[in-house]
Each structure stands twice: as structure tokens, then as C-alpha cells.
Ligand binder design. Structure first.
Ligand code: ZN
Length: 266
């Protein structure tokens, strides 16, 4: 057992010194590599120490109101009480999981080595918890990174600051002014836009941002409509011409018939 722990520390030091990169960027240990269990353990320790230790931030006190006389306490309930051993209370059914550090968020070792980011895992016991979770996830994945009213306010701010920075006597061309205004708006929005690491990597790698089961072809509706209209007009005018030709031929035959009849009669 001692030997195993020592090995973990050694592997951890080697990993850290050799690469000197943030643990999140290190590869997940390969299960078929030698000493996998030690490497795995070292990896978990590194990841947790680097990214899963809670530090209070403004979000911890998001709902705290000093004027209301609220007690200033972290809404993530940190630091938490230490629990020497995991226990189940047979009367209430309450489970207390072992906790050896008051500041570490709950994690699953396999998930954290696979995802390589911070996490806070929770067992979903009840229906109301499950409902709240579904709401939370749906809200999270469907939220726009920048809301529409925020966008308008930011654009308004850019336009005001743009107007202030230009004096009326400036004789720059309208096109150049417009270009600068659009650029200013774009920069303001881009600086406020939240982009996930995955999104950035995907754009940089020129990968698609969506997946479909079928291959689609763009259809230029206006041009197609115009083409069909032209074809239709051509066909119609041709038909009209044919009709009038037929008409002329008919008149010609009719007049020949009249002449022949007249000739016979006379
Ligand atoms: Zn906190």
C-alpha cells in the first residue's frame, strides 16, 4: 500500500515537471499503460487540486442582501463539514458521504479524468430534484450567450461613443465612417460574448458547429423562380406564335376554299 502511494507521488511529480502544463490539458491516462492505477490516481489528485477546490466569488453571494440583514454565507455551502466515514441513518435514510477536505467540490474520479474540468456532482434522489435538473439543463443549453436586449444596449453604447469620438468637421468618406461604426459595434459585442472553449476550438479548427443526418443543398429561391418565370414566358409566347401561325394557315386554307368554291360557281 505504501509503495503504491509513493509511486503515485513520483508519477505526479514526473508529470508535473516533465510537461509543466495545466492538468486540464494533460491527456487522460491510458488504461493499457503500465502502472495505470498510479497514473490515474496522480491524475485525479492533480486535477482536483488545480480545478475542483472552491474559492468564494461574487456568485457565492448573488442572493445575499446586506440591507435585509442577511447573514453573509456562501450559497454553495462552502466550507463543508468534515465527515470521517460514510454513514447511512437507518431511521431517516440520510446518507453522509465521507469528506476529508472542507473546500473540495464533489467529484467522480472517472468523470473528472475524462472531462478534465471542474465539476460538482450530485445524486438526484427525488422527483422534484429531477424536475429542477431538467429545467436547469434545458435553460442552460438553450440560453443565448448574449440576450437581445443586451445586444441593443451595447450597440447603443457603441454608437454614442462613436458619435462622441467624431467631430462634425471630419471629412472622412461616409463609407469609411460606416465601416468604422460597424467595426466598433462588432468589437463591443464580441468582447461581451461568452464563448466556450469547445466553440473556440471548433471555429479555429474550421469544424462544423452542427451535425445533420442528411446532406443538404442550398436552393437559391429567387433565381429559381426567375428562371421558371422566364421559361414559362418563353413557352407561352411560342405557343401564341404557333396559335397565330395556325390561325394564319387556317385563314389561308379558308380563303383558298372560298376561291375554289367561287371558281366552281362562276
Ligand atoms: Zn463560496
Amino acid at each position: 500500500m505504501k509503495e503504491k502511494a509513493l509511486m503515485s507521488v513520483l508519477v505526479m511529480n514526473v508529470l508535473h515537471n516533465q510537461l509543466n502544463v495545466v492538468p486540464a490539458c494533460l491527456p487522460t491516462p491510458n488504461p493499457s499503460s503500465p502502472n495505470f492505477s498510479s497514473r490515474f490516481r496522480a491524475d485525479v489528485v492533480q486535477l482536483v487540486e488545480a480545478s475542483n477546490v472552491h474559492k468564494h466569488s461574487d456568485t457565492c453571494y448573488k442572493y445575499w442582501n446586506a440591507n435585509r440583514g442577511d447573514k453573509k454565507s456562501c450559497r454553495m455551502r462552502m466550507p463543508r463539514k468534515l465527515v470521517p466515514v460514510s454513514t447511512i441513518d437507518p431511521d431517516t435514510g440520510r446518507i453522509s458521504m465521507k469528506r476529508s477536505d472542507p473546500w473540495i467540490n464533489n467529484f467522480n474520479e472517472y468523470l473528472i479524468t475524462a472531462c478534465r474540468s471542474n465539476m460538482d456532482i450530485k445524486f438526484i434522489w427525488s422527483g422534484s430534484d429531477a424536475k429542477a435538473l431538467v429545467y436547469y439543463i434545458t435553460d442552460y443549453v438553450t440560453k443565448m450567450s448574449l440576450s437581445f436586449h443586451d445586444t441593443l444596449a451595447l450597440v447603443q453604447k457603441s454608437i454614442s461613443s462613436f458619435n462622441n469620438s467624431y467631430d462634425q468637421t471630419n471629412n472622412e468618406s461616409v463609407i469609411e465612417k460606416s465601416r468604422k461604426l460597424v467595426l466598433r459595434c462588432y468589437n463591443t459585442l464580441a468582447s461581451q460574448q461568452e464563448l466556450s472553449g469547445v466553440q473556440v476550438a471548433s471555429y479555429l479548427m474550421n469544424w462544423d458547429d452542427h451535425y445533420t443526418t442528411h446532406k443538404f443543398q442550398g436552393l437559391y429561391l429567387i433565381q429559381t423562380e426567375r428562371y421558371l418565370q422566364t421559361q414559362l414566358n418563353e413557352i407561352r409566347s411560342k405557343q401564341k406564335m404557333d396559335l397565330s401561325l395556325h390561325g394564319q394557315y387556317f385563314i389561308f386554307l379558308f380563303s383558298r376554299l372560298i376561291i375554289a368554291t367561287l371558281k366552281k360557281l362562276l
